[in-house]
Each structure stands twice: as structure tokens, then as C-alpha cells.
Design a protein around this ligand. Structure first.
Ligand code: ATP
Ligand code: MG
Length: 167
């Protein structure tokens, strides 16, 4: 599967979606979290990190730009690029030096860091809907497509919610 579309999902379904994804991304890779202010990017990242074992209190990188979560066998780098003006501002972070070993990148506002951040294996695009949020998960690499292969959508959404899958 390369593509998964969920419509009108509530916060608990969004959290369940992130939890289902968590064991699949344990080996590391890059997830771009796109969508407007308040769409649920941090909610999704937090649920994913929590499911990976990052602990109960997960700080948002809103002010710090980057939050690092060291876990056994995996380091997660959670970025929020909302406040940067240009991708060049990311130079001082030395992201390349952080890409050592198994690293999972969770990047909010990825379009602001285009060219200076790891390219996405998976883009999770969130949008406000009349009720809850619409979520579009798009695999952008073979790695990302593996994450979505056989994804148990039925575990996440109820029959009221609209789902479509493409492969
Ligand atoms: N599926 C959902 N349905 C309804 N509300 C949600 C859903 N997911 C998250 N929320 C709520 O939306 C609000 C904003 O969520 P969040 O902080 O995760 O957004 P964000 O995309 O990270 O925003 P920002 O662009 O400011 O970083 C929170 O109050 C959260 O509880
Ligand atoms: Mg956020």
C-alpha cells in the first residue's frame, strides 16, 4: 500500500493510527507531518513517540525547534520548523551529524526545511474537517510503502469513518 486516506477521524482514532504505525517504524526513517496550525501534527508525533517508549511527558519542539528522544535501539528526532524563515537556518543544527544509527525523524512544517531535512519515507498530511480531521498517509519510498503494507486500518477507524486505500 502506498496511500491511505482517512476522513473525519477523532483524536482517539488519530492516536490509534500513530500507535499502529509505531512498531513499523522502529528501524528508523523519516516522517513528514504536514498540515495547517492545529491540525494534529504534534498529537500524532506524541502518540507515536509514546508507543515507541519515549515516556509519558513528551515536550513539543515548538520553541526548541528540535527534541531528541533516545530509546533502546532507536533515537527519534522531533522537529517543528514553523518558526524558521529559511531552510538555511537549519545549518547550525547539524542535522547530518544526528543521522547516525537508527534515527526516526518526525518533522512538523517540513515544507519550511525543504532541501535541508531528510526526505520523507512517509508524508502524513492532516487537515481540519467538519468533524475531526482528515488524514492522508502517502508513502514516498520503498521503506515507507513497507510501513503501510497490510496496515490494519480496521483497528483504527469505526465504520462511520470513510477510508480509502490505494496501492
Ligand atoms: N483528530 C482530531 N480531532 C479533533 N481534535 C484533534 C484531533 N487531533 C488533535 N486534535 C486537537 O487539535 C489541537 C491541536 O493539535 P496539535 O497541537 O497536535 O496540532 P499541530 O498540528 O501540532 O499544531 P501546530 O501547527 O501549532 O504545531 C489539540 O487541542 C488537539 O487535542
Ligand atoms: Mg505542533
Amino acid at each position: 500500500m502506498t496511500d491511505l486516506d482517512l476522513r473525519g477521524i477523532d483524536e482517539s482514532a488519530l492516536v490509534a493510527l500513530a500507535r499502529e504505525l509505531a512498531p513499523r517504524v522502529r528501524g528508523g526513517g523519516s516522517i513528514h507531518l504536514a498540515g495547517p496550525l492545529g491540525a494534529g501534527k504534534t498529537t500524532f508525533a506524541r502518540a507515536l513517540l509514546r508507543a515507541l517508549g519515549a515516556g509519558a511527558r513528551i515536550k513539543s519542539p515548538t520553541y526548541t525547534l528540535i527534541e531528541t528522544h533516545a530509546m533502546p535501539g532507536l533515537t527519534a528526532q522531533h522537529l517543528d520548523l514553523y518558526r524558521i524563515a529559511t531552510a538555511e537556518e537549519l545549518e547550525w543544527l547539524g542535522l547530518r551529524d544526528l543521522a547516525d544509527g537508527a534515527v526516526l525523524w518526525l518533522i512538523e512544517w517540513p515544507e519550511r526545511g525543504a532541501g535541508a531535512i531528510p526526505e520523507a519515507d512517509l508524508v502524513v498530511r492532516l487537515a481540519h474537517a467538519a468533524v475531526g480531521r482528515n488524514v492522508h498517509m502517502q508513502a514516498c519510498s520503498a521503506h515507507g510503502a513497507n510501513w503501510l503494507a497490510g496496515f490494519p486500518v480496521g483497528e483504527v477507524v469505526t465504520s462511520k469513518q470513510k477510508v480509502s486505500e490505494n496501492s
